[in-house]
Design a protein around this ligand. Structure first.
Ligand code: NAG
Ligand code: NAG
Ligand code: NAG
Ligand code: NAG
Ligand code: NAG
Ligand code: NAG
Ligand code: CA
Length: 751
């Protein structure tokens, strides 16, 4: 096999992989083997079981073993059944059935997936409805094909509703096929560098694709470098992926941002990334969204010499171009024009160099997040243990939300000392200590904390010194001016208060919190949220434990015409001011499409905004509407209406004049095409100054203009386009009949 066919084979393999991961199974790629029926009982786990014959291992489709399926001890909204498929597997469909010979079946459920048995991700069908309708009796099988196949090792089914005259009862099956992949783990300073062999005929198209997973919201993922240090890189910045362009190796050339795509990419779930380039056209894909980007023309003959995956490694020199943090996390199936770079690295290919600590596995740190979807969400934890009631308290956690306000934490001070509220207000963290309706203390720290990023909060009281700290170094802190000892002896309430709250132990005069929290610490001890989930610690309601269900409703933005998108936990909002449009998504045009329409409305001559294509993409433009005649005129002014005097000069043999219309080309073209008649005026007064010289051959002067962009024109003053004449030539009344333009007659008078 020569190199050419090998590369073609590589590309075909890669295309097949893209299809499989992004648009499901097609044609011959059958992916519907039973995944559950042959698993041993040890592969099943559940929140609880009614008896040993209702154990989760009996939850296999069409089996009658044990009690004929799984039933939990109590039927409530806190139950789940987990299946460990042994390794990451492509899951294409799921089927459920009730417990054999019983009145126990599910009518609705959620599916969540995980690689590790930790950090679950809820599966949503395309219509973004999360719940699956279940069964209507104990025996018939209801099967769903997943519109987007999932790749996971662990699967959990969470019952939402069940037969009202029965219990939760379940048998299930999932269908799919094996998933094979190559992974690497990178630590923020390590990288994998691929050097391309110089190719006299470089490929016209470059494709890079990979999957990544990280919990850091920043870091360089890819950097491609070519001649003279010119490069393109993809970097994570605040959880979004940025495409950056570097003009050269010198530090003075700041990288230019060409595009930003995706959001919340630091969620420790796999994300798919693909970059395709053909000369200066580039397609960037993150998960399901593709953006077409035009890169500067200088890059159309640029060729990649080196591709760094992870931290930036500069060509030649050993020290990195920019001392920036590299990617920290895992990468899978890194393909460059069909070449599997991780596989090449494993086989010690000479083109691939590993820099720093690169592992061929994906190490996962365990941190359990919890979602407060509201409105009845709260988490109650026991306060101080006996050992720490020494006048000090230390509570810490991280949160992420889109809401500007909400209760983070409240607790009572001992001996009727009042109540402490730690809450978000106007996107800042505030602390209030109240007693008998009077504020004893108020502190505030941080700003713009509703940006969807993780923020840390620490509340500390040591030796009477009370402080709140937001985001450690980068954030803000506030300290009580005078000594104010705080301890917690009863309970801590996170996010909200229990609905039955007879003893008034928890009161919330603020909004509820909607968002995620993680890394809860009490007296520097991390709270085990899995123990909370299994009801061995604290009390909770309406929480999603071990997943963060945050969604960015502004990415991609559904606001049209440049309307600015903002969001809360439950909704997004478009600010259409200055866009020229109105409505929920800035779709309805504020302005009429023509001067004619304003005249029809009864307006008289004046300046008006015209939106030639209505709700189409062309922006409104300000024009003058002259309605004095029967015909309505739309007047679009240029910036050069004063006479300019042109004098002969021995050094300068040409003179050029620029006319700049205040509207964009696209707007002008649309305005022209919707008009019945259109004219523009340019007058040239001459004395002994030839314009055309001869009717044939090259004219002495020309102008550039429409209808198509920038065409050379050589007709003047009312003559026919393409005629190379002035109007006297057309009318046959030129002062010198030898010439078709009075300027060409070399007379001493002005024309
Ligand atoms: C980008 O995507 C469009 C639409 O799928 C396609 O027509 C175009 O060829 C792609 N461009 C590149 C450079 O791959
Ligand atoms: C490399 O990374 C692995 C896994 O993260 C770690 O166990 C090992 O200690 C690291 N080695 C060095 C030299 O840092
Ligand atoms: C919309 O944006 C404008 C300009 O930035 C601002 O003045 C206005 O207050 C915003 N409106 C709303 C409802 O946020
Ligand atoms: C056009 O006429 C309407 C009433 O017919 C009036 O409300 C509006 O202000 C006028 N617009 C201008 C720019 O004069
Ligand atoms: C409006 O059009 C009329 C007739 O063409 C013209 O006489 C008048 O000067 C124009 N008004 C303005 C303000 O351009
Ligand atoms: C009109 O605008 C063009 C382009 O910006 C500029 O070159 C030209 O000097 C301007 N003319 C006048 C008279 O301001
Ligand atoms: Ca428009």
């Amino acid at each position: 096999m020569d190199f050419g066919t090998k590369r073609v084979a590589g590309i075909i393999a890669q295309v097949a992989l893209l299809l499989c991961s992004s648009s499901g199974t097609h044609g011959a790629d059958v992916c519907d083997s039973s995944l559950v029926s042959n698993l041993p009982p040890s592969s099943f786990r559940s929140s609880s079981q009614l008896s040993s014959s209702h154990a989760p291992g009996f939850a296999k489709l069409n089996r009658r073993d044990g009690a004929g399926g799984w039933s939990p001890l109590s039927s409530d909204g806190y139950q789940w059944l987990e299946v460990d498929l042994g390794e990451r597997t492509t899951i294409s469909a799921v089927a459920t059935q009730g417990r054999y010979g019983s009145s126990d079946w599910l009518t609705s459920y959620l599916l969540v997936f995980s690689d590790t048995g930790n950090n679950w991700k809820q599966y949503r069908q395309e219509d973004s409805i999360g719940s699956f309708p279940g069964n209507s009796n104990a025996d018939s099988v209801v099967q769903y094909k997943l519109q987007q196949p999932a790749v996971a090792r662990f699967l959990r089914l969470l019952p939402l509703a069940w037969n009202p005259s029965g219990r939760i009862g379940l048998r299930l099956e999932t269908y799919g096929c094996p998933y094979t992949s190559d992974v690497v783990g990178l630590d923020g300073s390590s990288s994998l560098v691929f050097r391309l062999t110089p190719d006299p005929r470089p490929t016209s198209r470059e494709v890079v694709s990979l999957k990544f997973k990280t919990l850091r919201n920043s870091g360089t993922l890819l950097h491609a470098e070519g001649e003279r240090g010119r490069g393109l890189s993809l970097e994570l910045e605040r959880g979004k992926l940025q495409l950056l362009l570097r003009q050269g190796r010198t530090s003075s050339s700041e990288p230019r941002r060409l595009s930003s795509l995706g959001s919340l990419l630091d969620d420790r779930h796999w994300h798919h990334l693909a970059v395709e380039r053909r000369s200066s056209h580039l397609n960037l894909t993150v998960d399901k969204h593709t953006e077409r980007i035009q890169i500067p023309a200088e890059f159309s003959h640029w060729h990649i010499q080196q591709l760094s995956v992870g931290a930036v490694q500069s060509l030649g020199s050993q020290k990195p171009v920019v001392s920036q943090r590299g990617f920290h996390g895992c990468l899978e199936n890194v393909l460059f024009n069909g070449l599997n770079l991780i596989d090449l690295a494993k086989h010690k290919d000479h083109q691939v160099t590993l820099m720093g600590n690169v592992t061929f596995s994906c190490a996962e740190s365990v941190s359990v997040a919890v979602t407060f979807p509201g409105p009845q969400s709260f988490l109650q934890l026991p306060g101080a243990t006996a050992s720490s009631s020494s006048g000090s308290v230390s509570v810490g956690f991280q949160f992420r939300t889109w809401n500007k306000a909400g209760l983070l934490l409240t607790f009572d001070l001992p001996q009727g000392g009042g109540v402490a509220w730690l809450y978000l207000s106007e996107a800042r963290v505030r602390l209030q200590v109240h007693k008998a309706g009077r504020a004893l203390l108020e502190l505030g720290a941080g700003s713009a904390l509703n940006d969807g990023q993780w923020h840390s909060v620490g509340l500390n009281s040591r030796r009477g010194r009370l402080s709140i700290i937001v985001d450690k170094e980068e954030g803000g802190s506030a300290h009580a001016a005078h000594s104010f000892p705080v301890t917690v002896e009863s309970h801590l309430f996170f996010g909200g208060c229990p609905p039955e709250n007879d003893r008034q132990e928890c009161r919330n005069p603020f909004n509820i919190f909607q968002g995620c929290m993680r890394l809860l610490t009490l007296d520097d001890q991390i709270v085990d949220l899995i123990m909370v989930q299994t009801r061995q610690l604290g009390i909770y309601s309406n929480l999603q434990i071990d997943m963060c269900g945050i969604i960015d409703r502004c990415s991609p933005s559904r606001c049209e015409h440049g309307g600015r998108c903002s969001q809360s936990w439950t909704a997004f909002h478009c600010n259409c001011s200055d866009s020229g449009y109105s409505g929920a998504i800035c779709h309805s045009p504020l302005y009429e499409q023509s001067c004619e329409a304003y005249k029809h409305n009864g307006n008289t001559s004046g300046h008006f905004y015209i939106d030639v294509d209505g709700s189409g993409p062309i922006k409104p433009q300000l024009v003058y509407c002259n309605m004095t005649e029967e015909n309505t005129w739309m007047v679009i002014q240029h910036n050069n209406s004063e006479l300019t005097r042109v004098r002969p000069s021995p050094e300068v043999n040409q003179h050029s004049v620029h006319f700049d219309y205040s509207t964009e080309e696209e707007q002008l073209l649309a305005a022209i095409s919707q008009s019945e008649y259109c004219e523009q005026e340019l007058s040239y007064h001459c004395r002994k100054s030839r314009l055309l010289n001869t009717p044939e051959g090259s004219p002495f002067s020309w102008w550039l203009g429409g209808p198509a962009p920038g065409r050379v024109q050589s007709y003047w003053g009312g003559a026919q386009p393409g005629s190379q004449q002035c109007v006297c030539g057309l009318q046959g009344d030129c002062v010198d009949p030898q010439h078709y333009c009075n300027c060409d007659a070399d007379r001493a008078e002005w024309y």
